[in-house]
Design a protein. Structure first.
Length: 566
């Protein structure tokens, strides 16, 4: 399941912060607070902060917890995530290893009145679990872009071959993706269990924090903010490295399978293992996958929408293209100057490569440039409450196409809306809602360069008046089924604000898919479907709806819980 196309000869890596030095950096991120600062995690237990500029001369220590971290090998301060509302509440979260006994700890800290300094004494421990060995700690944490929950990537506990079969044991935190609600609290916890976690209604010792399981050592994970997909690079045992798209309640196979291949199938009787979307063997990558991000920056537009990752030993960086329908394809980008330990993105979604020996942070740079004239005379016109038409003047003949960006007063910053082909100078945005002020801009791009932005234009969409039930919904929505509880059938209603690819699936309490209600491309509108459960047993079931706009590519996901009583 691997083939490679041409390498990107026009790309190179340059030191992003040539005046700064780092000690065993393992992660880079931003706070998402519009300050354009960079935060670098050092494995020993420090977080450095500095302005995002190649001319930056000094960094500051944002947090130092070296006194409570054990580091070296695969232990240490491994993960950092800022609360989605960090700008107002000052909360951030870390994943680190403590000694005696060896334990993974997920903690919350808070910034002081000095925005470049956190209070190390503000620690609130949310979750912890012991580690039987010093390897396979996982260590990534991050917030879901659509639900605001904190996700935690945990390795299988180490050694080789998962000797305790932790990854398949749903009474263990190890070998899992965990998900918790840090904005609420259940009894005896510093967090709440999200209501659609697969084992939320379980009893006994089954862990309700589990979101997905069957992983060996996820290094690293990331969300694509445009699709909402959770990408995980799972380090293989001795032959195969894999990339997974993590879904609620799914079992990804380890230790029964390494990638698509049987590893140790003793006691492996689970009915549905999820196989990776991509794998490569050690004849190509040599030893250990390093997960990255889906690229949405502007510096290298030809990488838009591609998942960038690497192999630690080979130092090779690749770009994977995957749309959820067609088989993934892979491209070799370049070879880093040292082992790639991690990746990062800043507030502008630009991409960074973190290496060790030397301990440096690099960024992609096109090696050739082409002069492109910026589009002009951009005009945005509201043709209805749910559509805005854009037009502009093309001032160059060499573009590959145009990128359309949009923002609102609520989002605060421009986000990529869509791409159009060469010579196309009109675009219909059918993802808008009524009575909102939208801002637009456009730029041209080729494989090697991008133009300046066009002029900005704004448009206010009209408000729907006098209509209680418009024929075109204002948003995506999956409604609670009715009746609920039910026997033997129930009605499920949903709405689409634009033409979309729609999947609606029924899962049982263990997260196994048992029926498909909808799998189709549908126009905007209101829909209702009936699910007949005459062949199902009494109990709790989940309905998950995912929809992807055909026009913008924006994704929606929602889950409801149903109760069948016979």
């Amino acid at each position: 399941m691997f083939f490679f196309t041409r390498a990107y000869a026009q790309l190179s890596l340059e030191n992003a912060f040539p005046h700064l030095s780092f000690s065993s950096p393992v992660f880079l991120t931003s706070a998402g607070d519009s300050t354009d600062r960079i935060f670098v995690v050092e494995q020993a237990g420090r977080i450095k902060v500095f302005q995002n500029s190649s001319s930056t001369q000094t960094s500051k220590t944002f947090l130092d917890i070296t006194d409570r971290v054990t580091s070296g090998g695969e232990t240490g301060l491994l993960g950092l995530a800022f609360h989605p509302d960090f700008k107002n509440n000052g909360y951030f979260y870390v994943d680190y290893t403590t000694p005696n006994p060896l334990t993974t700890r997920i903690s919350r800290f808070q910034v002081t009145s000095n925005p470049d300094s956190a209070d190390k004494n503000s620690e609130v421990v949310l979750l912890y679990f012991t580690q039987p060995y010093t390897n396979h700690n996982g260590g990534w944490i991050g917030f879901g872009p659509n639900d605001g929950y904190l996700y935690i990537g945990a390795g299988d506990g180490g050694s080789g071959g998962d000797p305790q079969n932790n990854a398949q044991n749903i009474t263990k935190y190890l070998g899992k993706i965990l998900r918790i609600d840090i904005d609420n609290q259940d009894a005896d916890l510093n967090y709440a269990i999200p209501p659609d976690n697969p084992f939320v209604d379980s009893t006994g010792s089954v862990l309700k924090e589990i979101y997905a399981w069957g992983l060996r050592n996820p290094w690293r994970d990331s969300f694509d903010p445009e699709t909402g997909w959770l990408w995980t690079a799972d380090v293989g045992q001795s032959s195969w490295e894999e990339i997974d798209i993590i879904q609620n309640g799914k079992n990804y196979g380890w230790r029964c399978y390494e990638g698509n291949h049987e590893y140790n199938t003793s006691l492996c009787n689970y009915p549905e293992y999820i196989y990776p979307i991509w794998e490569y063997n050690h004849s190509l990558g040599r030893c250990s996958i390093t997960g990255g991000y889906v690229y949405h920056g502007q510096n290298v537009p030809e990488l838009e929408g591609k998942y960038i990752y690497a192999d630690y030993c080979a130092s090779t960086i690749w770009a994977l293209t995957y749309d959820g329908s067609n088989p993934a394809t892979n491209e070799t980008l370049l070879t880093a100057p040292a082992s790639v330990v991690s990746f990062g993105v800043d507030e502008h979604q630009e991409f960074y490569v973190i290496t060790q020996s030397p301990d440096s942070i690099y960024k992609f740079t096109p090696t050739t440039t082409t002069t492109l004239a910026a589009p002009t005379n951009l005009v945005a016109t509201a043709t209805g409450p749910n559509e805005v038409m854009l037009s502009w003047v093309d001032n160059t003949t060499t573009e590959k196409g145009f990128k359309v960006e949009r923002k609102t007063d609520e989002t605060g910053s421009y986000l990529l809306l869509d791409s159009v082909d060469q010579n196309v100078t009109i675009y219909a945005d059918q993802t808008v809602q009524e009575n909102i002020l939208y801002y637009y801009r456009v730029y041209a791009y080729t494989q090697q360069a991008v133009s300046e932005y066009s002029n900005e234009d704004t448009v206010q969409t009209p408000k729907i008046t006098g209509v209680n039930d418009p024929s075109v919904p204002l948003s995506y929505k999956l409604e609670q089924n009715f009746p609920n509880p039910f026997n033997p059938s129930t009605t499920i209603k949903f709405s689409l604000s634009g033409k979309s690819e729609v999947n609606i699936v029924v899962y049982n309490l263990l997260g196994m898919q048992i029926d498909t209600i909808v799998k189709d491309e549908l126009q905007a509108g209101y829909y209702e479907k009936t699910w007949n459960a005459k062949n199902a047993a009494s109990g709790i079931y989940y309905v998950k709806m995912t929809a992807k706009s055909v026009v913008s590519g924006n994704a929606y996901s929602s889950t409801i819980k149903m109760i069948l009583m016979k």
